[in-house]
Ligand binder design. Sequence first.
Ligand code: ADP
Ligand code: MG
Length: 697
Amino acid sequence: MNLNKVKISEVRDIGPKREIVLNYAGIFSVSDLLHYYPRRHLDRQTIQTIGTIQDGMGEVTLIATLFESMKIPGKNRQTRLKASFSDNTGILNCNWFRGGEYIVNKLITGEEYIISGVPKYFGGWTIDHPVLEMIDSEKGSATLNQGRIIPLYPLSGELTKNSIDSRTLRKLIRNALDQFSEFIEDLTPVNIRKEHNLPDLKTAINLIHFPEDNVSKNTALNRLKFDELFHLQLIMAKRRANVKLIPKKNKIKSSGKLLKAVYEKLPFELTEAQKKVIREIYEDLKSDKLMNRMLQGDVGSGKTVVALLSMLMMIDNGFQAAIMAPTEILAEQHYLGFHKFCEELGLKITLLLGKTKKSDKEEVLSDIKSGKSNIIIGTHAIIQKDVKFHKLGLVVIDEQHRFGVMQRGDLIEKAKEAPNLLVMTATPIPRTLSLSLYGDLDISIIDSLPAGRKPIKTAKRTENDLLKVYKFIDEEISKGHQAYIVYPLIEKSKKLDIQAAEEGFKYLSEEEFPKRNLAMLHGKMKNAEKDGVMQAFKNKDIDILVSTTVVEVGVDVPNATVMLIMHCERFGLSQLHQLRGRVGRGKDQSYCILHVGNKVPDDTSERVKVMVSTTDGFKISEEDFKLRGPGEFLGEKQSGMPELKLASLLYDVKLMALARKSAFKLIAEDNILKNYPDLRDFMNKKFEDKIKFLDYS
Ligand code: ADP
Ligand code: MG
């Protein structure tokens, strides 16, 4: 029996009405119901008693019986709901000043409740607005009440509104287990389960709902988390296997003379880390398998030159190479930078942006198609349908974290030629996360900055310090340096961003820096204007660039030594780190000043503390991840990630490593899961938008 196909209406006590409500909560099949895990468990051993409540002990959880409830009229027609409970050790009063009308129906004299909240003493112990839940005590459900550990379920609005509470769910899930437990099928191969000492799925599902003790609860939890991570890693393993199966038509033979020519012209010696990465890429390009590599390197570590040299290897061997950047400013910067080296070698570089004029576009597209263009630089415009390449051998994606995980897949699929892929990112990702998001890629790391860089000095300054800060910036300019002043992001409204920056610009130019050259940069400016400003800033014709966050990624002007971030409370940690990375790109001491406004949210000081204490992007990303959690950290764009109900990308590092090992081993042995047809069907169905386990070869 396939429990995915058995409707919940087959479960005892689920009639048509409950079925509809449960459907609302996404529960359709018996399998859905069994996998509707408790949000937490209540361990009766950790329950306090009313008699032991003391002042200042914070939140407590109690189990007590309701003996009286009443509505008490108050001033201004406000009615208070008061309920009194006892547990043999004392009496507790609970009050609801609002919303009593929803609670009153739940209050049944003589029933036992779980009550959580912070008690206060008002002539007796009182909790206002407690979290309240009835425990089963009806006759016949003794088994549910027996265990010391009681499951509490997540309750969406729809469920509570239709009076399905934890208590009801407990009963329904108990019924489902009694009726269907024996049909729970374990898809994870037995040997893998045994290897990691995991219980079978049937046991795990039973125990996650009704554990006997904490040990068995954790055993069950571990098993179910393992499954989630195992499935995730199966996707990664399969994707990687697929790439390796694609016949490679763009193998290179040697590194060639263009590479050598540019290498010799570089104004600096490559760092050991850069050389190592270039060697890794060279080996990939020479091998029989397509390259599928991620290059991680902190801001300013010199990834661009690695990209350029890799692209030249391809061109040396008669292929085209493309680089995709997340912003037009960055694409243009790459264009100018590459041009410097490639022009005299007779290479044709083509820039393709979303805004490229129609009249120009035809020529651009035809150059790309005919093979006249050797290097194609652009924004995501280069992966649009109308772009056809002649012989695309390599695609580099710069600042990959700015694109979605899924777009990476698109790119590979769209380019029929199956190009080699190099994705670069400056956002070091916590290891657990990179294994899940990029687990299908080989990883290269540039782990050191070019020689002679001094760590950027970072400090927090308030409104009152600003005059001193401006004076400091002025002194830096007198020394021949340049500065950025960045105005905050005001979520939701680009218009307001620009306004903030424009007002700041006016004030700074007129009041604070009348003798200096200031210019303004924001996203709504015309391309030509933006180019002009960036070019002038690079040429040192501008002392201070006043900007919105458009300078956040990639911009490279080594002579700039001060980054002043106004209202840093409005920025996330990763963003602050990226902005700071605009300075400290040359030999001179650089400074990052974090201006904090007068009214700031609570979590600001935490972020500022992290920024001041370290310049290590890896540490910062871990902190960011901890502060914001994976959902926020990854952002909307990364939402291609399969949902994890139980496992945590942050905390389940070890389990992730085990799951990964097992998944990769399994795919290495059985690439299409031929011997595990049920697992294959499950994966194909559940992740149909992400991967297919089909006969590939
Ligand atoms: P990112 O890794 O942030 O993309 P870039 O590639 O923009 O960094 O490089 C930052 C700056 O460091 C650039 O001005 C670049 O020319 C310079 N640079 C790169 N490699 C070296 C090196 N080995 N020695 C000195 N400067 C370097
Ligand atoms: Mg860069």
